[in-house]
Design a protein around this ligand. Structure first.
Ligand code: DLL
Length: 432
């Protein structure tokens, strides 16, 4: 079902007019209210009057994650703090997190964007939505929650984890819609199987999965094991959270909420805008956001755009499911992990060398993180007890930094391959 045909099925010229108008208002507002954007526009010799529409967008400077971080916590606010009613931040990044500050109007937009997302997969007020995305500063839980409320569905706000309880709820409440990360969906499927529950015994009809990379193979597995239609949903904290783009019943590319978020694809090296169909880095401009609007945000996510009409009746552009990232950020169990964070922890420990390897795998349908670290000759000649103590110490420090559990294995000196160029420290064995 199309939640809001007035916007989702606008004829292309009407959509373009709306985008032109909204971009003009945005640029004008950012120039007046946010010193960070004013300084950047001044540096590029651009005045708000120069931007007459989307056709001029490429003249505006990009915004990067580092810039957002350096504006922590409130430097990029475009309204008075009193107007902000809710704040979310990005998870486990190096240094400061990125802050998304929402006005009441932004929460309304978010609910709208997520209502469209859930409706596209056929969810309605008759559904019972088991929301197993994490509630809290992470945008997944509350984003889905607001959208489910907007369409009038019944929400079970169970949040992530606690698999036994998830199984119980699913059975007792007759859950019809499941929302969580795709890896957790598979894990849950396994738990249900162990309880002797078959897909046909469950009432599940649809699932909305995102926040981490997954593939069509994984989709088939999820659909078969849970007996539902699995939809890919995309978003990021910097822009709004989930609700940026979503699949319709065709499951063939993600419709971008284009009246709210304008997508471009650029060459990650040169920043040049690429034509539709060409792979590159997704760049997003928020067209209506009030609290923390952003110009041309470099997402580092790799995809391409497809403007061919979709039989579903939406006229919005589709982005292909994500093909990767330009940086080396790992997403483990939905949490962003940067290798540099791991390195920092390791380098502060005595008895180990700065040679390590990060191994990410998927065991029992759940991501696992293992860190192999070379020990010094000194530690190598110590008692086993001492080695175990060091392993546990690193594990607990890593947990403190990353907020997810990892396994640390000390290996003998000189056993980790050295590299002459860029070190290849990450081994991602997940088959996705
Ligand atoms: O993960 C927002 C979200 C929540 C999306 C729930 C979908 C569902 P962040 O924690 O800021 O926000 O992480 C954003 O996650 O730049 C992508 O690299 C990755 N990501 C998000 N959705 C997908 C997806 C939320 N469908 C980062 N496929 C993004 C692959 C995804 N990667």
């Amino acid at each position: 079902m199309i939640w809001n045909p007035d916007y989702e099925s606008l004829p292309p010229d009407g959509l373009k007019r709306l985008q032109d108008e909204r971009l003009g208002t945005l640029v004008d507002m950012l120039y007046r209210r946010v010193a960070f954007f004013r300084t950047k526009m001044d540096a590029s010799g651009i005045k708000p009057g120069d931007i007459r529409g989307i056709g001029d967008l490429a003249r505006l400077p990009f915004t990067t994650k580092d810039e957002l971080r350096s504006g922590y916590p409130f430097e990029l606010l475009a309204v008075d703090l009193r107007e902000i009613v809710e704040i979310h931040t990005s998870s486990g990044t190096t240094g400061k997190p990125v802050v998304d500050a929402y006005t009441a109007g932004d929460l309304d937009t978010w609910a709208e964007a997520m209502a469209r997302t859930l409706s596209a997969g056929g969810a309605t007020r008759h559904d019972i939505v088991q929301n197993a995305y994490g509630y809290g500063l992470f945008t997944g839980g509350l984003g889905v929650h607001y959208g489910a409320r907007r369409i009038g569905a019944t929400v079970l706000p169970i949040s992530g984890g606690n698999t036994k309880r998830q199984v119980e709820l699913l059975r007792d409440f007759g859950t019809t819609v499941l929302t969580c990360t795709p890896s957790y969906a598979l894990y849950l499927a396994e738990a249900l199987r162990e309880e002797g529950m078959k897909p046909r015994d469950m009432g599940l009809r649809a699932g909305f999965f995102g926040a981490e990379p997954w593939s069509d193979t994984m989709r088939s597995e999820i659909q078969a094991s849970l007996g539902l239609a699995a939809y890919d949903i995309y978003g990021l904290t910097e822009i709004i959270g989930p609700g940026v783009a979503f699949e319709c019943e065709r499951q063939d590319g993600l419709h971008v909420n284009e009246d709210l978020f304008y997508p471009e694809i650029v060459d990650p090296e040169t920043g040049r805008v690429l034509p539709d169909g060409q792979k590159g880095e997704l760049v997003i401009t928020t067209l209506t956001k009030q609290g923390t609007p952003i110009l041309r945000y470099r997402t580092r996510d790799i995809t391409y755009l497809d403007r061919t009409p979709c039989p579903c009746g939406r006229t919005t552009v589709r982005m292909h499911r994500l093909l990767g990232r330009t940086d080396d950020m790992l997403i483990v169990r939905g949490v962003n992990v940067f290798p540099s964070q791991i390195e920092e922890v390791i380098l502060a420990i005595e008895g180990v060398e700065p040679h390590y390897q990060i191994i990410v795998d998927r065991r029992n349908q759940l991501d696992s993180l293992e860190v192999q670290v070379e020990m010094t000759e000194g530690l190598f000649s110590d008692e086993i007890r001492d080695l175990e103590r060091t392993e546990k110490l690193i594990e607990s420090r890593l947990y403190g930094t990353l907020n997810i559990h990892s396994r640390v294995k000390l290996v003998e000196p000189k056993t980790i391959a050295r590299s002459e160029g860029k070190a290849k420290r990450i081994l991602d064995k997940r088959q996705i």
